[in-house]
Design a protein around this ligand. Structure first.
Ligand SMILES: Nc1ncnc2c1ncn2[C@@H]1O[C@H](COP(=O)(O)OP(=O)(O)OP(=O)(O)O)[C@@H](O)[C@H]1O
Ligand SMILES: [Mg+2]
Length: 271
């Protein structure tokens, strides 16, 4: 508590008494401490982010060399290696290529956190259509029923939001691959007076008991043999959404599809 004492005078300048103004400033101190802690945490995060970015970046060159020399061995020394030796080298190459993909995904994830954010009004329905048509273009023989609610606008960075949409629709597309009558949907719903957008599919689904794992980097609930991937897409979505002052969460049931919800600028929707 801070106490301010001051003399109080009448209009002729004669002292009338002492006024005591007591003000509880503990909550202000607490706010200042919280802000200082948050700034320190932000700085530490930025440092960690740029550290992992440069480590990931520098790992690429030696990895390329492992892959390249293994290839040279396979091609130029094939007759000196027996079948087992060739198989081992092939495994080395596969692992190097897998690791290269993980590194590229890490770099992409890191870029999402580091890039500037330009906030404007975005036609989310158009972003959804664009994401689906990219997927259909790369996979023309797939027959997926697509339902996109029209005219859904949101605030955000169009480039970053497009990355989030590519990942959400990419997942919906991928996890419905084994479903006849595959369906993918984009829409908007009100939950507890909060407006949430959603991407829904009727694909493989997942076990809600592990739903907290979904958004962690390199965490997957399906085997690569069943559905390909490195497990970085939803971590990317989470970073993008939280940079937009929003949340992302999921509902699903094994073999009954999944719905991914997200909000944008939940605290100041009209700002
Ligand atoms: N639409 C979905 N239906 C069922 N499971 C999903 C869906 N989307 C994500 N998941 C589960 O969450 C995991 C993490 O998703 P995420 O997008 O991060 O990784 P991925 O798709 O496996 O790989 P990547 O996106 O890096 O190519 C997936 O492996 C899957 O187990
Ligand atoms: Mg994915």
């Amino acid at each position: 508590v801070s106490i301010t004492r001051s003399l109080v005078y009448d209009s002729l300048g004669k002292p009338l008494g002492v006024s005591k103004i007591a003000r509880d400033i503990t909550h202000i101190r607490a706010q200042q401490n919280l802000l200082a802690a948050k700034n320190a945490a932000d700085a530490a995060n930025r440092e960690l982010e740029s550290f992992s970015y440069s480590v990931a970046h520098d790992l690429r060159a030696p990895l390329r060399s492992i892959d390249g020399f293994s290839q040279t061995l396979l091609e130029d020394y094939a007759e000196k290696l027996d079948a087992d030796g060739q198989k081992s080298l092939s495994f080395i190459r596969e692992s190097a290529q897998h690791m290269a993909r993980l590194i590229d995904d890490m770099l992409a994830l890191s870029r999402v956190s580091r890039s500037d954010l330009h906030r404007r009004s975005v036609d989310l329905s158009a972003l959804a259509r664009a994401a689906v048509s990219r997927l259909q273009g790369g996979d023309p023989e797939r027959n997926v029923g697509v339902v996109i609610q029209e005219g859904l606008l949101g605030e955000g960075d169009p480039r970053l939001l497009a990355v989030a949409f590519d990942n959400l629709f990419g997942n919906a597309w991928k996890f419905t691959a084994k479903r006849d009558g595959a369906r993918v949907e984009f829409g908007c719903t009100s939950q507890d007076s909060v407006q949430a957008y959603f991407v829904r599919d009727n694909g493989a689904g997942f076990d809600m008991a592990f739903s907290d794992k979904l958004f962690g980097a390199f965490q997957r609930l399906h085997a690569v043999a069943e559905f390909d991937g490195t497990g970085v897409g939803l971590a990317t979505v989470k970073r993008i959404v939280s940079r937009h002052g929003g949340r992302v969460w999921a509902e699903g049931r094994v073999n009954h599809g999944a719905t991914f919800f997200f909000t944008l600028y939940e605290e100041d929707p009209l700002a």
